[in-house]
Design a protein around this ligand. Sequence first.
Ligand SMILES: Nc1ncnc2c1ncn2[C@@H]1O[C@H](COP(=O)(O)OP(=O)(O)OP(=O)(O)O)[C@@H](O)[C@H]1O
Ligand SMILES: [Mg+2]
Length: 251
Amino acid sequence: MNILSIKNLKKVFRVERLFTGTKQTVIAVDDVSFELKKGKVLAIVGESGSGKTTIARCIAGLEDYDGEIFYKGEKINYKDKETRRQVQYIFQDTYNSLNPRMKIKDILVEPIIFHFALSEKELQLEILKCLKDVGLKEDIINKYPYELSGGQRQRVVIARALVMKPELIIADEPVSSLDVSIQAQILKLLYDLNKKGITVIFITHDLRIVKLIADEIIVMHHGKIVENGLVNKIYKKPESDYTRKLLEAVI
Ligand SMILES: Nc1ncnc2c1ncn2[C@@H]1O[C@H](COP(=O)(O)OP(=O)(O)OP(=O)(O)O)[C@@H](O)[C@H]1O
Ligand SMILES: [Mg+2]
């Protein structure tokens, strides 16, 4: 079953030039279509500015767009609380995605009580379980985001997505700001979550990572898909020159 089906997605930004005030348009995503099967990991790669985050933001309902996005066979409805729970977007910038004035405990409790009716005890157990799942110690719950390391913050962001019991996680460059050893741990975490049945869209610049985690890959260039298919096939025999260049750069 396709968990996600994207048809002719297009996003145009209108921007005003700083000094002249003239209006310009940027076509961030240009006629992008793809399908994603439940339980798979899809990597979206491409250089900076190629439209990866914009695709993610459209899927997460954070941008309006042209084209259509179907979730589980129906046009995605962001007003549906259940859909908002099932589709979780992990932002590129973890620092700004955690409210600096909230303790980690409250950051995790807030979405749970919005979506689930749990007793105080159940709530506590749920939080402890999620912290354990992402490899964080209990004592972190009384800290503020600024008191954490980058790797710990990234785990909190993932834990906050997990408390929602998501079915689709869109992780936007979840490891690029982290040390290599921490990168490996977070990747393993996403890999394990996928093995538990969560479908993952993994956005990255880094083609070395893609092979470790993804089943399928989409290569973006200037807002368009230049290549789409199974990772193994594309690594062995890329069809577009652009993909070949990206691959040559890492081998
Ligand atoms: N809110 C916005 N307003 C105007 N232009 C935007 C906006 N968001 C993105 N863009 C433009 O759209 C294009 C695609 O940006 P996007 O953030 O999707 O790229 P990306 O592939 O995620 O890049 P990176 O790898 O650097 O994160 C870029 O030209 C960017 O400048
Ligand atoms: Mg981006």
